[in-house]
Design a protein around this ligand. Structure first.
Ligand code: F6P
Length: 422
């Protein structure tokens, strides 16, 4: 079935030597745009090569003087390009062409094919000469790839360096003043934009300037149980229950025990009493964001699910039918929540210290979906239980997840007897 598309199709074509973080950037951009509701897909030429030509090719295969290798690689690049154009024609909105595209000639070819189908191309080039960053990329991504399965790591690193050298001999950085491009130098230290027009490409700059590769945990937690949680009431601004208070204390103990020595931590809450009270043993002054406030249930704020079903059956039925898009009368939908979290995500990406986010069920579902790359329409059913710390550590191509239940020892909550949410 064709996708629903809000904007004209666009192709983003990566440019850069091997191990310059192209795939990392491509995936990050794809995750961000998909989360914001733009159907986005990455077409990785390396995967086509592995699938059709076999993963374990020696570095000589990539030598530009190896005519056979060159022809085979060109074939893979064109196969991926054709699939990408077909996908855009079927309704895809943003396609990311993840390849080295390291010569002017190759980029011209990409541009001409796309132009024939009315698809504008924006190049994204990653330039980085810092050997520590390149070595880290080789270690964390290349040596773990099927290209080097069962190969001794030192041998693999040596072969990969030789592969890079083949590309270096012919590499031509982007310099066409007529082309539309974003150049990222040294992982976001400097960004150059050339002829960037249009809504979507312009949205990428704030994401790309916040790139970094420092490993740090992000802890997500709901506030401790509130008085309204005990009663099964949506929204409001109630205080913590005694069990919620107990969770606030356990949370402080937990986070302090996990925090690396000397590390400072950032604590973010919503503007609601229950999240600020949950942070009270960690900081007197958390950064309280309105963007982290719970989904606005509009005219249903202050009601229970049972009351909504009995008194406003239309609201109940419509929300069950499409919980992601359903907007409470005078309130919000999950889709709305994602849009208001956009600036917060950019801020979160920027942080290199551990961050603790104390917020609410719906808002955390939206943040969690972004961080773990779940399709946005799955948000409403993601599990974010009370009294559980979700530790997410972004890695090169994904996110490591650990969950720590810190259930209070005070008696069970009456909230657990409420029926499953709408
Ligand atoms: O019940 C707690 C709560 O945070 C409510 O304030 C909010 O309306 C609800 O969860 C969001 O969850 P759902 O979208 O599943 O109703």
């Amino acid at each position: 079935m064709p996708h629903q598309r809000d904007a004209a199709p666009t192709a983003l074509a990566m440019v850069g030597l091997p191990a310059r973080g192209k795939t990392y950037i491509a995936r990050k951009v794809a995750r961000y745009l998909s989360w914001l509701g733009h159907p986005t897909r990455v077409f990785n030429v390396g995967s086509y090569r592995r699938e059709h030509l076999g993963a374990q090719q020696p570095n000589s295969f990539f030598d530009p003087d190896n005519a056979e290798g060159k022809q085979a690689l060109l074939g893979m690049a064109m196969a991926a390009l054709d699939d990408m154009i077909a996908w855009l024609e079927e309704g895809g909105e943003v396609a990311i062409y993840d390849a080295t595209n390291s010569t002017r000639l190759r980029r011209q070819l990409v541009q001409e094919r796309c132009k024939k189908h009315g698809v504008p191309v924006v190049f994204i080039e990653s330039i980085c000469d810092d050997p520590t960053v390149i070595d880290a990329t080789v270690r964390e991504t290349k040596l773990l790839s099927p290209d080097y399965a069962l190969v001794d790591p030192d041998e693999a690193a040596k072969d990969f360096r030789a592969r890079i050298a083949h590309y270096e001999r012919v590499y031509e950085p982007l310099d066409d003043p007529e082309a539309s491009y974003i150049k990222i130098i040294d992982v976001g230290r400097k960004i150059e934009l050339n002829r960037i027009r249009g809504y979507l490409p312009a949205r990428l700059a704030p994401l790309l300037i916040n790139l970094h590769i420092t490993r740090r945990p992000i802890w997500l937690t709901r506030h401790g149980e509130s008085v309204f949680n005990q009663l099964g009431i949506l929204g409001g601004d109630s205080d913590l229950s005694p069990r919620g208070e107990e969770y606030a204390r356990s949370l402080a103990r937990f986070v302090n025990s996990q925090l690396p020595r000397e590390a400072s931590m950032i604590v973010w809450t919503s503007t609601m009493r229950r999240t600020i009270q949950t942070a009270q043993h960690l900081t007197r002054k958390p950064r309280a964001w309105r963007a982290l406030d719970e989904i606005d249930a509009g005219i249903c704020d202050g009601m229970t699910y049972e009351q909504i079903e009995a008194d406003m059956p239309d609201v109940h039925t419509a929300r069950v039918a499409d919980k992601f898009r359903y907007r409470y009368p005078r309130g919000e939908s999950y889709e709305d929540v994602i849009q208001r979290l956009d600036p917060l995500i950019l801020n979160l990406e920027r942080q290199e210290s551990p961050v603790l986010v104390i917020a609410h069920q719906a808002v955390l579902r939206a943040l969690y979906a972004y961080l773990t790359d779940h399709p946005p329409n799955e948000c409403p059913s993601l599990s974010i239980p009370l009294h559980t710390v979700i530790q997410l550590t972004p890695t090169a191509y994904g996110c490591e997840e650990k969950r720590f239940p810190l259930e209070p020892v005070l008696g069970p909550s009456p909230a657990s007897n409420h029926p499953p949410p709408l």
